[in-house]
Design a protein around this ligand. Structure first.
Ligand code: COA
Ligand code: AMP
Length: 635
């Protein structure tokens, strides 16, 4: 049996041999001979001369290998009371036909298809149909508002938008069409058509010159075959929050992605063909792309598509019910989901109703797995609980515990060891490697393994300046952390203005832009403050323009509405407080880390570069009057 150490060493010392072997597990139209090369930007690329199609590997090959009658998707929707099973054969038929629909709308290789849909099988069908044509999909999470959607439409410039009439949040029907209409009216780029899937809960009114009905198009369409693409051709663009207001379009290629997905499904999650995997996330996030859709299907695994919440749909036993009903072997979710379950049912009384003998491992990611949540889940389920660290940019885990190779003992607070292919280093400010237990910037020495982004859509310079130019030869993750004496990696949080709210990645910079647009606001800062349930919650600190007399209550209500309107409900922006001044360096940079420390009641030291040393205690006073932190006085 290969040990983790052997596997890891081989991946780092002989990356081409290692990844050529993993690539040979997939069914290529033309097997790659060039394993690792560089593109015109000097970026490392995998399998450049390989030809393939991701949809072919995920569906046609599975059916050809005898998996046609196996369930590909278990759709479970407590919010509508619908349960449905789609076999690989049925899914292939739907996807090939919907690819025919897209083709009729002029979609071909390299065109973009924007998908704005709730957690319904049609979302997966649209993604795979786009892949089948060699087109590039860009899924936008349903919780984002019109403005965010418009920004993505302008950046990706989709030929076609695919959407649904509504989403359902517990018991609230969220109409999607008005959001889509607003977004298209704000956007400069105009899609040539919008295909709308009409749900029973709410029928949308279609615009005759632009909107088309999904069902009607499908009824007239012909199934189409897969279009071969190059390994390095993009499969999708997924926008993620950066430090500025403009989200970054993370590009994922076809070949490297397929190889990374298939490899990780076995090596990390220990899933074999025929097993059932459930990533309780959303197709709008990277976890949904990788582990609801692509990795399970590329591996002949059955996947669960769950349109519900961990609590309130209808109760905190929902996860246990779904896992038991479909024989889930591996369950993946964000710690916040388990914190929500624990809050609603602290002794997990509801668990007693279900047989969970099928469940072998629980995987967590998306935010730091706090030790109390880790212990609670581990003791409750008596299965390994695996924390693994990753990002939209990498598409799969940078660190984890490799259950399919050689499971290691877990340490609470650690995402265990670097994944094969990821040369993880802790660097100091000068870019020099740091010793054990020293905290620094977590970076990955290039080449990045297959599956990681090769660029930001349409903006290689932004990719370079955001990730590659800080330390020569390294990709910087934006997370801080350390490795202990045994090499275990501990991720301690972002070193930039990105926050994590209920496992959703958000930019405080983007919220600041929205707040700053309010006519009464002179200056503002948004910080992520620790929250027991959601991990972090955004809080705005606002300086009013001279002469403004708005009350704090009134201003807060308007700012909350603005963020909801511009970014979306998912931002969970509920608090804004008026302050007289904000602590800044002499060069005018707001000291956000200091603000966060004050709000969280952590000890803080006032930097010598501060412009106005009186401001931190003043802010502490404001925050403590609202129940945040305590002024632990500067040292
Ligand atoms: N469409 C429309 N609105 C959405 C939405 C969607 N797809 N997803 C979330 N929202 C809305 C919610 O309804 C809520 O609105 P409200 O402020 O009017 O109540 C708001 O956005 C905030 O949502 P959320 O942060 O998810 O809070 P919640 O209270 O609804 O649920 C949890 C809390 C912990 C149960 C939930 O966040 C959860 O299950 N998290 C797991 C996260 C996850 O899977 N992350 C992916 C990485 S693995
Ligand atoms: P996203 O791109 O939405 O997946 O968010 C990525 C960010 O979430 C990372 O940069 C981390 O800050 C955080 N994150 C994800 N997984 C973990 C984890 N297991 N432990 C700590 N932080 C995590």
């Amino acid at each position: 049996m290969t040990t983790y150490e052997q596997e890891y060493a081989c991946s780092i010392d002989q990356p081409e041999t290692f990844w050529a072997k993993q690539a040979s597990e997939l069914d290529w139209f033309k097997s790659p001979e060039t394993i690792l090369s560089q593109d015109e930007n000097g970026m490392d690329r995998w399998f450049a001369d390989g030809e393939m199609n991701t949809c072919h590997m995920a569906l046609d090959v599975q059916v050809a290998n005898g998996r046609g009658q196996q369930v590909a998707i278990y759709y479970d929707s407590p919010v509508t009371g619908v349960k449905k099973q789609l076999t690989y054969e049925a899914l292939l038929k739907q996807v090939a036909t919907f690819a025919g629909v897209l083709q009729q709308q002029g979609v071909g290789k390299g065109d973009r298809v924007l998908i704005y849909m709730p957690m319904i099988p049609e979302a997966v069908v649209a993604m795979l149909a786009s892949a089948r044509l060699g087109a590039i999909h860009s899924v936008v999470f349903g919780g984002f508002a019109a403005h965010e959607l418009a920004v993505r439409i302008d950046d990706a410039q989709p030929k076609v938008v695919v959407s649904a009439s509504c989403g359902i949040e517990i018991d609230r029907v969220i109409p999607y069409k008005p959001l889509l209409d607003d977004a298209v009216s704000i956007a400069e780029h105009q899609p040539s058509s919008c295909i709308i899937y009409q749900r029973e809960q709410l029928k949308a009114e279609l615009l005759p010159e632009r909107d088309l009905d999904w069902e009607k198009l499908v009824a007239k369409a012909q199934a189409v075959p897969c279009t071969p693409v190059k390994s390095t051709d993009p499969l999708y663009i997924l926008y993620t929050s950066g430090t500025t207001g403009k989200p970054k379009g993370v590009v994922r290629d076809n070949g490297g992605h397929a190889v990374a997905m298939k490899y990780s499904m076995k090596a990390l999650y220990d899933m074999n063909p025929g097993d059932v995997f459930w990533a309780a996330s959303d197709v709008g996030w990277v976890v949904g792309h990788s582990y609801i859709v692509y990795a399970p299907l590329l591996s002949g695994v059955s996947t669960v598509l769950y349109e519900g919440k961990p609590v309130n749909t209808p109760d905190a036993g929902a996860f246990w019910r779904v896992a038991s009903e479909y024989g889930v072997k591996g369950l993946f979710s964000a710690p916040t989901a388990f914190r929500a379950i624990r809050k609603a049912d602290p002794d997990a009384e509801l668990l007693k109703q279900y047989d969970l003998s099928c469940l072998k491992t629980v995987f967590m990611a998306g935010e730091r797995l706090d030790p109390p949540t880790y212990e609670w889940v581990k003791n409750l389920l008596s299965v390994p609980v695996i924390d693994h660290w990753w990002q939209t940019e990498t598409g799969w885990a940078i660190c984890g515990n490799f259950m399919g190779i050689d499971p290691k003992l877990c340490k609470a607070g650690s995402s265990t060891l670097p994944s094969p292919g990821f040369n993880v280093q802790i660097l100091d400010e000068a870019g020099l490697p740091m010793g054990p237990n020293e905290q620094g910037s977590v970076a990955i020495k290039r080449p990045l393994p297959p599956g990681c982004l090769p660029t930001v859509w349409g903006d290689f310079q932004r990719f370079k300046s955001s990730y590659l130019s800080t330390f020569e030869g390294y990709y910087v993750s934006g997370d801080g952390g350390y490795r202990d004496d045994e090499g275990y990696v501990f991720i301690m949080g972002r070193t930039d203005d990105v926050i994590n709210v209920a496992g959703h990645r958000l930019s405080t910079g983007e919220m600041e832009e929205v707040l700053a647009g309010h006519p009464a606001v002179a200056e503002c800062a948004v910080i992520g403050v620790a929250d027991e349930l959601k991990g972090q919650l955004p809080v705005g600190l606002v300086i009013l323009k001279d002469g403004q007399t708005m009350s704090e209550e009134e201003l807060q209500a308007e700012l909350v509405a603005r963020v909801r309107q511009n970014i979306g409900a998912v931002a969970s922006f509920k608090k804004a407080f008026i302050v007289e001044r904000l602590p800044k360096t002499r060069s005018g940079k707001i000291l956000r880390k200091l603000l966060r420390q004050i709000a969280d009641g952590e000890e803080y030291s006032i930097p010598s570069t501060i412009d106005d040393p009186a401001s931190p205690p003043e802010i502490a006073g404001v925050l403590s009057s609202h129940g945040y932190g305590t002024d632990r006085a500067a040292k």
